[in-house]
Design a protein around this ligand. Structure first.
Ligand SMILES: [Ca+2]
Length: 222
């Protein structure tokens, strides 16, 4: 027999959304989520947003109460999606946790991926199944197709190792290089000259970063 909750009672669940720690991981897009139990009964769809707070920023955890529903069973899966609101709306989600408030039990949903706009992601607890038992084969195939495009490789020499398809990407690389040449100075005379290289297509290296070069502790006498 399920528990009975009123709208004003303590929320049955609290969702913790952990945004990853990658360049551009945070988003201002609108995000929605619902939780399913093992009988496919689901909670109301909740917009994951706090008024007057910047949700879903890089390397941060945002927490939201989920309104309780009567007779809700064991947490089985979640469904979430986002729109394309905001400049630079890309979003890298590390994981989503569903906390059962009364017992303290936590259900983990690893995401570890960039979340596309207007795609509904259905993720089961631990997101780990055998291929022949995959609950969401179409979703998995769609993600694999997208990942293949990101990591296209090609065998250029018969019998040789597969390599990144430089021919396919040559045009965009040449364009990026030309833009960098136009925007940066011919000869670097100072650190500011060097920084002009990173103002267009070329991203600053993540480890250390150009900003660290300004640190007097890093200066080397020659
Ligand atoms: Ca935000």
């Amino acid at each position: 027999m399920g528990s009975t909750f009123s709208f004003f009672s303590t929320p049955q669940f609290e969702v913790h959304v952990v945004t990853g720690n990658r360049r551009g991981a945070g988003t201002d897009a609108n995000v929605w989520l619902t939780i399913y139990d093992e009988h496919d009964q689901r909670t109301p769809v909740v917009k994951l947003n706090h008024l007057w707070k910047n949700d879903h920023e890089r390397d941060s955890t945002s927490k939201y109460p989920i309104p309780p529903i009567e007779g809700f069973g064991k947490v089985h899966k979640i469904e979430f999606w986002r729109d394309s609101f905001g400049v630079g709306h890309a979003w890298f989600v590390d994981r989503i946790e569903v906390h059962h408030v009364a017992s303290g039990k936590v259900f983990y949903f690893p995401i570890h991926r960039w979340v596309d706009a207007n795609v509904h992601y259905v993720v089961h607890e631990f997101d780990c199944t055998l291929p022949n038992e995959d609950y969401c084969k179409e979703q998995r195939l769609s993600e694999l197709s997208r990942i293949k495009k990101d990591y296209q490789i090609k065998v250029h020499v018969p019998g040789g190792p597969a390599q990144w398809d430089i021919i396919k990407n040559k045009g965009s690389l040449l364009l990026a290089t030309s833009l960098i040449n136009l925007s940066s100075k011919d000869k670097w005379k100072s650190l500011d000259d060097l920084k002009t290289v990173y103002r267009l297509k070329l991203e600053e290296p993540e480890v250390g970063g150009v900003a660290n070069l300004d640190n007097s502790d890093n200066q080397v006498l020659v």
